[in-house]
Design a protein around this ligand. Sequence first.
Ligand SMILES: *Cc1c(COP(=O)(O)O)cnc(C)c1O
Length: 461
Amino acid sequence: MRFMTAEPFRIKMVENLKKTTKAQRQEFLKEAGYNAFKVKAENVYVDCITDSGTSAMSTEQWAAMMKGDESYASCKSFFHLEASVQDIFGMPFVQPTHQGRAADLIMANLYAKKGKYAIGNMHFDTFRGNAEIMGALAADLVIDEGLDTASAAHPFKGNMDTAKVTRLIAEKGVENVSVIIMTITCNNNGGQPVSMQNIRETSEIAKEFNIPFIIDCARYAENAYFIQQREPGYADTPIIEIAREMFSYCETAVMSSKKDGLVNMGGLFVTRNEAIFAAAQQLTIAREGFITYGGMSGRDLEALAVGLYEGIDQDYLEYRINQVKYLGDRLKEKGIPIVEPTGGHGVYVDGRRFFPNIPQHEFPSQRLVVALYEEAGVRCVELGACAFGSKDPVTGKDVMPALEIMRIGISRRVYTNNHLDVIAEALGYIYENRDSYKGMKLVYEAEITSLRHFTAGFEML
Ligand SMILES: *Cc1c(COP(=O)(O)O)cnc(C)c1O
């Protein structure tokens, strides 16, 4: 396979893209309140706002969709999906949901408690939103290296700081900790992986204190690939076996299938606890749909049953991780400050180091999102002062997050490296002219601070 370094697929159908002028894009930005979420997708040239639900499906998945069994109860398609999940996760009880946040909500209902801590490496924002609504205390205890965008030395920057975990349990009392959640890979600090050793050690602490241990596994296949490539002892282990070992340490896993499931919609709640499963089924019936479809259509269940296997294919993962790394390398060549090492599903640009003259409370990463769309029609997302900023519950003052980044999310099997070159060239141009940019001001924000970035409105300073 020495020469077979290109994509492990070829293109059978294309989706045409529209090119726009800079003057048009400036108008679109103004109409959108300088919030990229509100720019119409048809006016985006390369869309990197997320890797979620944007995968290109394979011929096998489209063929499977034709076999979707749309029976209300106990449809054939559910049993196909159940078999795939049981095989890959090595867990017995499978509940589909319409997407990841529905599984999050069920999990939060069953495991998070008002006034008690939910410990995580870095909680995903939809869980954090659910926890905030319920009054649970979401604590992010990632290792310190995980918050240092410039340190490239650590191979697993998504790791939980186990010393911080035991300290929090000792200080607050075990009765005040209701759950420990490991997010793999860790989206919020750059799609950084978690090592098998760290998953194991964290699960051992959870077991010692009798605290349920959960894995939020939207990008478990990418995490498994990093373990295979970077962790001693796994170089020859097939991805499926690495996945099974990761899941062997948790009681329950929740998944947004819209990432490593290689589908456009869907979620999973998977558990080995029968009582929890029964409770999850009841919540599903009340909110999602009957237990064998959980908010998904039969054809979507079929596409996921196939997509889960394609997502753990060795050749696919090698292509996937290396395409993202390709963009990271192009940006580094231009001196652009990115989170290193490059993560699994996107390249994260450090907004503060990119625009050193824009203070964090003037949203440097959001300014970069706006500049990149303006120059090249490329759409990314801010994960900084707007997305992760919070309010002090006592003083009501803005609290700035440790990380201030712009994520370039790379969709799976969708763009070519030529598209990624567009991003690199445009960012290089903005970087050369970085001294001419000024910050932004937040003029509208929703009440739930952890979800405000989706609907925020800005003005240019
Ligand atoms: C995307 C994601 C979610 C939420 O899933 P949706 O399918 O978008 O509802 C939850 N957790 C993680 C880690 C995710 O990446």
